[in-house]
Design a protein around this ligand. Sequence first.
Ligand code: PLP
Length: 404
Amino acid sequence: MKYINKKLSIDKHYFQDIAQKYNTPTYCYSYSKLRENILNFKKNFKSISPLICFAVKSNTNVNLIQEIAKFGLGADVVSVGEMMMALKAGVNPKKIVFSGVGKTTDEIKYAIDKKILLINAESKSEIEEINRVAKIKNKIVKIGLRLNPNTDAKTLSQISTGKKENKFGVNEKTFYEIIDYCKNSKNIDLNCLSVHIGSQILDHKPYEKMLKVVDNILKKTSHKFEYIDLGGGMGIKYTDDSKKLNYKKYNLAIKKFLKNKKCKIIFEPGRSIIGNAGTLITKVIYIKDSESKKFIILDAAMNDLMRPALYGAIHKTLPVIKSGKVSKKTYEFVGPICETTDKFVTIKNFQELQEKDYVAICDAGAYGMSLSSNYNLRTKPLELLIKNNKIKIIRKRQKHKEII
Ligand SMILES: *Cc1c(COP(=O)(O)O)cnc(C)c1O
């Protein structure tokens, strides 16, 4: 994304033109950015040749998953719906891992029937259920067991998953008990140790700590795991002053960890693959002056992009056409929804905006559309993909007649 002749552009298309042609709010994805992210991710971990499973919950658009699968990536899914979507997009079932703390019996049955690579289980009860279903089907099911390494990911508390107070995974003691249980279960093949300590991680040190915990556990058991699934969580730069994750150091730590081991590594990245490849384009409906600031009331709201309301996340927000005139008052960008948390960002010294201007909310490709809802009975936005200079509609704007 860059300004050409003061107009914000993406892959040689102006957002202003896209907004006028397709209306707003609209998610717009760049294929070239997506491709770059995938190739970079592969390059960063080239020396360990991991299996990369795209975390579908970050973006469930079938066209995007299809594009991602063409690069040989698998999928990390957290519900049967996501599994269906990944399969529909052409993801190889042998590259699908199924995560989540509450898989139902029907979901387990479906996963077994589709012969996916791994069910990553998160409790003893779940494994007993997998064993029961597998026995009825007379199958041996490969599973992973998710460890809660009690490691602080140093990210927002709402997206931390690897501390002992979080619901995810099992603690060390339970981990050994489950290894023993699996040894005696004829229909379970415990094949993978999995961890995922959180999301939007920008410091490599929590990953190093996590690897140490895993290494210690592997030392204390004779059980051999074919796979070590390290999850995802690699953070992206949402703001100009944000840190950058040091992939080199993370990769080095993994290489060290893998010495004297014969395990294959699995990653489950979501945000780092699709996050900065998507932009939400929105229009200023009204500008309301209050004493200390101006409310910029947009046609996008928390139902379209929930991250700010849900976690207090900040997205860089840019004018679609640069005027050079700076507003004297602070702007608070809000949506039309009847909730005080329906607020995107507060910015000082933003350029002066007029009603009907467009603005771009950046880095909205991950956990944007996939978290959208029909709250306030608002329809879901349109999704576009720019690929090879062409703009393609990859999901139509929802119509009211579909929801009423
Ligand atoms: C959400 C999630 C991911 C993806 O996290 P990102 O931060 O988007 O990379 C990976 N694995 C599991 C188990 C998850 O729940």
